[in-house]
Design a protein around this ligand. Structure first.
Ligand SMILES: C[S@@+](CC[C@H](N)C(=O)[O-])C[C@H]1O[C@@H](n2cnc3c(N)ncnc32)[C@H](O)[C@@H]1O
Length: 266
């Protein structure tokens, strides 16, 4: 099945609303706040500069960038018009942030016009990540900076025991909602081949123990299993309540890995 993040509008309004909230919740997690604020602290926002987020989704990260770059301009490009609508509504108080519908392979920007360009959990969903990086290289100023922050989905888990049914859902989520779960392993060579010098590469893990942040991994995949007739309503209900039971009992163990690569044009 194709990764729905390759064409979010086709996935429908329910998907857009659910993932707009889920990406907001993910970004509010203290570990994710630290990851984002650490890379933003390394960027320069000179007067009159433009910072761009490509694949901005509903703007969870764009809002953090705008708060840091203020009063300089931040522009979020996103191919889904549904996400752009959500992003505009959620960023009303960020006057220096705006959003436009555009694909990361064809940005409506001049060559050498962007100070910072951020790709946050986008390349793992891209069929041709090299094309997004080449476009980033085209629009970045010679003294500009590229940040790629992505999940290493190949290492993600919801397993607390061997053959844990919740981990089956986590693996199904990676199979059905991610295009390349191994993108992080390829990141440095991809960035070098597309004209960047990687100046920093760091990997951090985060655990999900007591909240709903990985519930969509169970709910959305079990919903698909139910729709296909692979499982019945009882097992669907059971998987969802097992996630909630563990979160309440303090036995939930979700694990994710995030890599941050910072690069300058070669
Ligand atoms: C998991 S979301 C991340 C959204 C946002 N960066 C955040 O972290 O909240 C991945 C986003 O990548 C976008 N995307 C997928 N393919 C893209 C492409 N070719 N160009 C730009 N964005 C793309 C999707 O539409 C989606 O909004």
């Amino acid at each position: 099945m194709t990764d729905p993040f390759q064409n979010v509008d086709a996935a429908g309004e329910e998907f857009i609303a659910a993932f707009a909230d889920s990406m907001d919740a993910r970004q509010s997690d203290p570990k994710m706040e630290t990851i984002v604020s650490n890379y933003l602290a390394k960027l320069q926002f000179p007067e009159g500069s433009l910072t761009v987020e490509v694949g901005a989704g509903a703007g969870a990260v764009t809002r953090r960038i705008a708060a840091r770059a203020k009063p300089e301009r931040v522009l979020g490009f996103e191919p889904s018009s549904g996400f752009v609508k959500e992003a505009k509504t959620r960023a009303l108080t960020h006057e220096n942030a705006s959003f436009k519908v555009a694909d990361g392979t064809a940005l409506p920007l001049d060559d050498n016009s962007v100070q910072n360009l951020i790709l946050h959990t986008v390349l793992t969903h891209a069929e041709k990540p090299d094309l997004l990086l080449k476009e980033a290289r085209r629009v970045l100023k010679p003294d500009g900076c590229l940040v790629v922050c992505d999940a290493d989905f190949s290492k993600a888990s919801l397993g607390s025991s061997a053959s844990d049914p919740l981990d089956v859902c986590a693996r199904a989520f990676v199979n059905e909602f991610v295009t390349d779960p191994h993108i992080v392993a390829k990141l440095r060579s991809l960035m070098t081949e597309t004209g960047f010098v990687v100046v920093e590469f760091d990997v951090q893990s985060r655990t999900i123990a007591d909240n709903d942040q990985m519930l969509p991994w169970v709910e959305e995949t079990a919903k698909r299993m139910l729709a296909r007739g692979d499982i019945g309503q009882e097992l669907f209900d059971g998987l969802v309540s097992e996630y909630k039971r563990r979160a309440t009992a303090g036995t939930l163990y979700g694990y994710q890995v995030f890599a941050t690569a910072i690069a300058t044009p070669a």
